[in-house]
Design a protein around this ligand. Structure first.
Ligand code: PMP
Length: 353
């Protein structure tokens, strides 16, 4: 549909469709890679404390305190840190700040489906880069890009991690363009590209508190990079909305960074449950890609992904199915608690006999 009142920009948009968020009481939600554990108790206390303070006043437009804290956590300074309303906002601002309407950017053909949405919204041409048959990324295909590169690491929805040597090669061969490494799931993987920031002023690392820090509901994402890149993001933000991070989010975000033991513990639990889940799914005839994230990407040798998705939904278990050629026979299953994954296996045993 369209309307005569729609601008050119609206006409060319193809909005991203997020995973369903139905309000069904006994639903087991394994479709949007949320953390099954609640945030640290310190986060709750901090938000409650903030409620009694100055909600009638605007929050800090620079978010300096939280930027400093995130900077310290990564051995960086606040001028290396930009904070946005979820990493989706950070990514959107990054497309505006670093990519151009005259040069094609590159991202993997199987990747986060928000990238083409931003590209269309901002009129940025793009080329998708095919993956190997096993869904691994070929780093060479990103060398000498015309207008820049973006990819998730670990990749989504495959969960496959690209080693830092290959990331370094991509950065090295794109010295005049920005390379965005979207590390939404990196805390469930081996290592972050943050360690490469000292060597590469063209690297922007984007992370989120939505997954490993259990704060999807609070909306805090951040970018780490050279101060020039951070300045560009700040200029975009300040041309758009002065206050993207509210007072409760700032208070909760600070507490989440402070209580890093809690987040490490829960991330490790999820990693252990992921390994168990992959083994159990393989026993049941699934092919599971090697995941370094808080989800697994699987297909079954006999049952189609579409059918399994529908059958699981009838059993009040929601997983993610993308009806996109190449991956339409795969399901992305978020890792929950041990008990939740046990429940999934029991239901699968009934469904795939
Ligand atoms: N990047 C990737 C690869 C993701 O899967 C997601 C979650 N949908 C995001 C970024 C955005 O997460 P958030 O906006 O909650 O930080």
């Amino acid at each position: 549909m369209t309307s005569k009142f729609w601008s050119e920009t609206v006409r060319r948009t193809e909005p991203y469709v997020p995973g369903e968020q139905p309000d069904i009481p006994d639903l087991l939600k394994l479709n949007t890679n949320e953390n099954p554990y609640p945030p640290s108790p310190m986060v709750r206390d901090a938000i409650q404390g903030e409620l009694n303070r100055k909600l009638q006043l605007y929050p800090s437009p620079t978010v300096e305190g939280l930027r400093q804290q995130i900077g310290e956590y990564f051995n960086l300074q606040s001028k290396n840190v930009f904070i946005g309303n979820g990493s989706d906002e950070v990514l959107a601002f990054s497309f505006m700040a670093f990519f151009s309407q005259s040069k094609a950017i590159r991202f993997p053909a199987v990747s986060y489906s928000f990238y083409p949405v931003y590209a269309k919204l901002f009129n940025i041409p793009y080329k998708t880069v095919s993956l190997n048959r096993d869904f691994t990324i070929q780093p060479e295909c990103f060398f000498q890009s015309e207008g820049g590169v973006i990819f998730p690491n670990p990749n989504a929805p495959t969960g496959i991690f690209l080693d830092l040597e290959s990331v370094r090669d991509i950065l090295e061969s794109n010295r005049d363009n920005v390379v965005i490494v979207d590390e939404a799931y990196v805390d469930f993987a081996r290592e972050s590209a943050v360690s490469l920031l000292n060597d590469y002023d063209n690297l922007l690392v984007v992370q989120t508190m939505s997954k490993s820090r259990s704060l999807a509901g609070l909306r805090i994402g951040f970018a780490l990079g050279h101060p020039d890149l951070i300045e560009a993001l700040t200029r975009i933000k300040d041309s758009f909305n002065s206050y993207t991070i509210d007072r409760l989010a700032i208070a909760g975000g600070k507490a989440a960074i402070t209580d890093s033991d809690y987040f490490r513990d829960t991330a490790n639990k999820i990693i252990r449950t992921r390994e168990w889940t992959s083994r159990e799914l393989k026993k049941r005839g699934f092919h599971a890609l090697p995941s370094s994230a808080n989800f697994v990407f699987v297909s079954h040798y006999k049952h189609t992904a579409e059918q399994l998705y529908a059958n699981l939904k009838e059993q009040h278990i929601l997983v993610r199915h993308f009806s996109k050629p190449g991956i339409d026979n795969y399901l992305r299953i978020t890792i929950g608690t041990d008990a939740q994954m046990q429940h999934l296996m029991e239901k699968l045993d009934e469904l795939i006999t």
